[in-house]
Design a protein around this ligand. Structure first.
Ligand code: MN
Length: 344
């Protein structure tokens, strides 16, 4: 497979080798990326159900389990955190990640010892490292690739598969709001709804539902919001005391920064979350920005990373001095020009 590796790092490969590999084997070991989202889980469960319809056996292992907001998806009880000790398989299937040991939510030995390995992914930079690879960075979601694969394999999509695939499409397109909401995605979504997928339930469970304590925390965050740079920079900070006052952990504020990003005129939004652990105090910082502002490069200056529109970083020390440093840099950042987002 080595001759397929192009130096530029972006791969687009056809689906037929993957289709043929899936047809060749009867027993599969499947896994997805660490910290799985609905695209990973939905894609894996839909393909698992589809292969089982052909009489094949599939074990899907995700070491990190299923996040609470995705537990409503059908058949998530079939997601295992470890492989059953007596399970044997000939083919390993890795979905929605680059298939490297650092990214998969599985002991790598279980992938290495398969006779043949299959990789299906839409992330930029993924390389064809397995025997059969279908890589396409132009696809907005792995769920769209699985939908196309199931159609190509002429496997009927039932309600459980449809719900899992629609959740995957919804996850990676921000419920059909991001720029990657292509005609193909909307067409697939239409077919999936016609097979019984419930778009209302997916929108509510994955995007709108919020616990009472998290809703209170949103109020605190918005109440403390600061605006600088003629409204281009919006930021807020939540202290450990703010979290304790509403009784919630910091995982429930991920969407607060998106609310700030939606303020008219805001080009960059930043949230600081103070955490205390055995090593002392640190802040987790999330950045959202217009793509030309390269949130990823901003975060990188502080040892973080991410995407052009969404990135994160961590800083040790006292919250006020971290805010001073990061907001000071953000004000200057808005004045500077940045390298364009690399094209696919
Ligand atoms: Mn994905």
């Amino acid at each position: 497979m080595k001759e397929l590796v192009k130096p530029k790092g972006v791969q687009k490969l056809p689906l037929s080798p993957v289709k043929e590999a899936l047809a060749r084997h009867e027993n599969f070991y499947m896994t997805t990326h660490v910290g799985p989202d609905a695209d990973a889980i939905g894609s894996a469960l839909a393909l698992k159900i589809g292969l089982e319809k052909l009489g094949k056996s599939v074990v899907y292992v995700s070491r990190d389990g299923v996040p609470p907001s995705n537990k409503f998806l059908p058949r998530t009880d079939e997601v295992l955190t470890q492989i059953p000790y007596d399970y044997t398989y000939s083919c390993a299937v890795v979905l929605d990640c680059d298939g490297t040991a650092a990214r998969v939510a599985s002991d790598y030995g279980f992938i290495e010892r398969a006779r043949e390995r299959v990789l299906i992914d839409h992330h930029r930079g993924s390389q064809p490292i397995f025997e059969a690879n279908w890589l396409d960075p132009n696809k907005p979601a792995t769920a769209l690739m699985i939908y196309e694969l199931l159609c190509a394999m002429e496997i009927e999509i039932d309600r459980d598969m449809a719900q899992n695939l629609l959740a995957g499409l919804s996850c990676d397109t921000g419920h059909f709001r991001f720029g990657n909401t292509t005609p193909e995605v909307l067409h697939a979504a239409g077919v999936l709804v016609s097979r019984g997928a419930d778009a209302r339930e997916i929108a509510f469970r994955m995007f709108d539902e919020r616990s009472l304590s998290s809703t209170k925390l949103l109020g605190t965050a918005i109440g403390k919001m600061q605006v600088e740079h003629d409204g281009a920079l919006v930021w807020t900070a939540l202290s450990q005391a703010d979290f304790l006052a509403v009784g919630t952990g910091d995982e429930s504020v991920e969407n607060v920064v998106n609310v700030m990003r939606n303020v008219s005129g805001a080009q960059m939004a930043i949230i600081f979350r103070e955490r205390r652990d055995e090593d002392g105090v640190h802040a987790r910082i999330s950045v959202r920005a217009e793509e030309h502002l390269r949130a990823d490069l901003f975060a990188k200056e502080f040892g973080g990373g991410g995407h052009a529109a969404a990135a994160g970083l961590r800083q040790r020390g006292d919250l006020d001095s971290i805010i001073h440093k990061v907001i000071g840099r953000a004000n200057a950042w808005l004045e500077e020009s940045h390298p364009p987002v690399p094209a696919i």
